[in-house]
Structure formats: structure tokens, C-alpha cells
Design a protein around this ligand. Structure first.
Ligand SMILES: [Fe+2]
Length: 414
């Protein structure tokens, strides 16, 4: 933990004063990016009308191992993608049945009711606390994470990043396992919504010296030259320890659809503008924001997108297109995203959260703790220690890992 993290309110005041000194043209910079943002918001709005604001490709498009060039450029600009047909519908049907059986057999729902309140991460976001299943080690989750299909998808996505010459920040072709949870949302549900936010750092994006380097062009260089896919400083950022803040570097957050879902079905919304975070950073440094305030950013919480401050980008919030079982959805860690407040559809809206966590020192350092949790059936150490699965029947064990899975889990060298 860095020294500034022990007194975050003081750090915010100090860093804002320092940045004001170092960036005398902060108003001009913000104006430049606001003009650029207006163009992007318009572009997203017209793409959304035509139904293609979120870039889409088929799993079969990855036959060369890479995302074809024009699409790769679009994904770098939009910061998100839907990759279709990664798993067959029959595979997903089998996994859904297995997960349902795992939940039933082990009385998960009853057990969760008796322990509500441990996951405070989303406590300040507008909608009610999500009822996401805190399960990490069902056999289908482990099977999906270690699948050859997702290895291929994640490697292709990792390669969208620009690496510093000579010393890559991460190895795009190798993945670390990162155990996240399940969403299973019933029709009519109104409790699971999440207002727009970004994960992976809130006040850190201003206060952490490595994050200042990530946004170096925005703050100190040419703000229009900022590249959100430059990997150079991304893996050296440090997040404030918090029970549910992601402490690994994810090149993309993501999920695998376990059911059909589209706009209105309580699913994901995104602001598909990859470089928006640079504008959000400068927004908080403008003279109308008080010296101790970062437009709502709070330590240990998701970074909120607040229309009071961020109105200029609000019109670009779009629902992802309808996805089918076996499709996957991916978004850059800086992308503002939300979950629709209400599920007005007719079927359950289920996903397994699986992001892209490429191999680097930071991510590999997380693996021993996670492997121990896996072997003991405890919660992934990046989340609240609810540990539901320690005595669950049918949990995945080391015997369920493939050779690739063992390497991704750090239990065997690559
Ligand atoms: Fe999120």
C-alpha cells in the first residue's frame, strides 16, 4: 500500500493542488477534449441508431489468431466488442443445467440470505445492491475459464494493446486465471441494476503516480494523443486495497452469455468511447469542482459516472446488442458501464464473468493466493470472504483442471 492511501481525503487535496500547478492550461485541455468528445458522442448515437455502436465479430473470424485489422481499429476506438459463437448452444445448455444443480443441491440461496451485507462494493451506486451469486468454483465456471476457446479470444483481445518496444508490459498469449462470479437474473427483477461506473480504480486514477503516467498525455502532453490501449504503465498501477476491488490488471472485463439477452432484459449498457476516461480525469480538475472533490470518486468504490458532472457523455450510453448463449462481451477497463435497472424480458438473464487477465508480474503474483482459495473452496481473494463453497458438493477440484488450466492457475509452470 502506498503512503497516500492511508489518508485519501488529504491526498486528493494535495494531488489536485499539485496538478493545478503542473497543468496551467487545464481549462484549455478540457475544452479540447470536450470538443472531441462531442464528435464521438454524435458518432456513437448515429451508430447506435444503425445498430452497430458496439463492434461485433464471430469466433470464426479469429482463425488467424488476430482480430482482422479494420475491426481491431474499431474496437480500439469503441473500447468494447461482442464476440459471437465462442461456445455452442449445447455446451451452454449443459453448463446452465450443471450450475443450476450446483446451486440447488448446496442450498446457496438460503445461505446467501443469511449473510447479506458482506459485499459493500456497490453500496453507493444508484440501484440496490446486486444479488449476484458469489460462486467461483462450479465446474462449468472452471471449465469455461480454462477453455481453449476463451484462451484464443483473450489472446486476440490482448494483442489489441500497444506494447512498449523491447519490454512488453504483459504476455498477450498467456492468461492468468481470475475467478469471478455468476449473474443469474430473473424476469421482473429490479434489485440488480448498477448505475454507470468504471471498475479498476477510482481516486487512484488521479492520485496514483503510475495512473498519472497512464494518462500522461492527457495531463501533461498532447491530450488528443492519449492512447487507452498503450500498455506501458498499465500494469504498474496500484489500487487501494478493498474487499471487492479488482487488484489484477484486466486488459478487458468481460462475460460469457449463458442465456439470450438484449436491451430491456436487465443486461449491460456501455459508453463505447475508449478514451473517455481522459476527459473524466480533466473534468474533476476544472475550477468549478471543489479542492477536495473528484466528481464523486471515493476510495474503495467503483468510479461513478455522474450526469451532474459528466452530462456531455451521457447520451452515448447504449445497450449492448442482443446476445445469444455462447456469445461473449468485452470492455476495456476504463469503459463506463451499467446494468439496466429492470429486467423486463421473459427469460433469465445469466452470465459467467470472465475477463482477460494477461500474464505479467502483477497478475502472476496474485495466483498463489487464488490457487490456495481454489483448493480450499474459499472465495476468490479479490472478493468478500463469503466462502460459501468450502463444503459444497460437486465443486471443481484440482482434478478438473486441464494442463492449460493448471498453468493459468499458477499450479504448473508454462
Ligand atoms: Fe462494473
Amino acid at each position: 500500500m502506498q503512503p497516500w492511501m492511508s489518508d485519501v481525503p488529504a491526498a486528493i487535496v494535495r494531488v489536485k493542488a499539485e496538478l493545478a500547478n503542473r497543468i496551467p492550461d487545464v481549462v484549455e485541455r478540457f475544452r479540447t477534449l470536450t470538443t472531441e468528445l462531442a464528435r464521438e458522442v454524435n458518432a456513437v448515437a448515429s451508430e447506435a441508431q444503425a445498430g452497430h455502436a458496439v463492434p461485433e465479430l464471430a469466433f470464426s473470424d479469429l482463425s488467424s489468431g488476430d482480430i482482422p485489422k479494420p475491426l481491431a481499429d474499431r474496437i480500439r476506438r469503441r473500447g468494447c466488442a461482442v464476440i459471437r459463437g465462442v461456445f455452442s448452444t449445447s455446451q451452454i445448455a449443459t453448463w446452465n443445467a450443471e450450475i443450476g444443480e450446483y446451486i440447488e443441491r448446496n442450498n446457496y440461496v438460503e445461505k446467501q440470505r443469511s449473510r447479506v451485507g458482506l459485499d459493500r462494493y456497490f453500496a453507493t451506486l444508484g440501484a440496490a445492491s446486486p444479488q449476484i451469486y458469489s460462486l467461483y468454483w462450479s465446474k462449468p465456471q472452471v471449465a469455461a475459464r480454462q477453455s481453449e476457446e476463451l484462451a484464443k479470444v483473450r489472446a486476440a483481445l490482448n494483442r489489441l494493446w500497444r506494447q512498449p518496444s523491447g519490454a512488453p508490459a504483459f504476455d498477450a498469449s498467456r492468461e492468468c486465471s481470475y475467478a469471478d462470479r455468476l449473474r443469474r437474473r430473473q424476469p421482473g427483477d429490479t434489485t440488480l441494476g448498477l448505475s454507470p461506473h468504471a471498475d479498476g480504480g477510482s481516486v487512484e486514477r488521479w492520485c496514483d503516480p503510475s495512473y498519472q503516467r497512464v494518462y500522461g498525455e492527457v495531463l501533461f502532453g498532447d491530450p488528443t494523443a492519449y492512447d487507452p490501449f498503450d500498455a506501458t504503465h498499465r500494469i504498474s498501477t496500484e489500487e487501494i486495497p478493498s474487499p471487492a476491488v479488482c487488484s489484477v490488471f484486466r486488459s478487458f472485463q468481460g462475460w460469457t452469455a449463458m442465456s439470450q439477452q438484449g436491451p430491456g432484459d436487465g443486461t449491460l449498457q456501455l459508453i463505447p468511447i475508449a478514451n473517455l476516461m481522459g476527459w473524466i480525469l480533466l473534468r474533476a480538475l476544472q475550477p468549478d469542482v471543489s479542492a477536495d472533490e473528484l466528481c464523486g470518486a471515493q476510495a474503495g468504490k467503483a468510479l461513478p459516472f455522474d450526469p451532474r458532472w459528466h452530462e456531455a457523455a451521457a447520451a452515448a450510453l447504449v445497450a449492448i446488442p442482443r446476445v445469444m448463449p455462447g456469445d461473449t462481451v468485452w470492455w476495456h477497463n476504463d469503459i463506463i458501464h451499467a446494468v439496466e435497472k429492470e429486467h423486463r424480458g421473459s427469460g433469465t438473464s445469466n452470465v459467467i464473468y470472465i475477463g482477460a487477465v494477461p500474464w505479467c508480474d502483477k497478475n502472476a503474483a496474485f495466483l498463489p493466493r487464488q490457487a490456495k482459495a481454489f483448493l480450499e473452496g474459499r472465495s476468490c481473494p479479490d472478493f468478500a470472504p463469503e466462502d460459501y463453497e468450502v463444503d459444497f458438493e460437486g465443486r471443481a477440484t484440482a482434478l478438473d483442471l486441464t494442463p492449460l488450466g493448471r498453468r493459468q492457475m499458477g499450479l504448473e509452470p508454462w
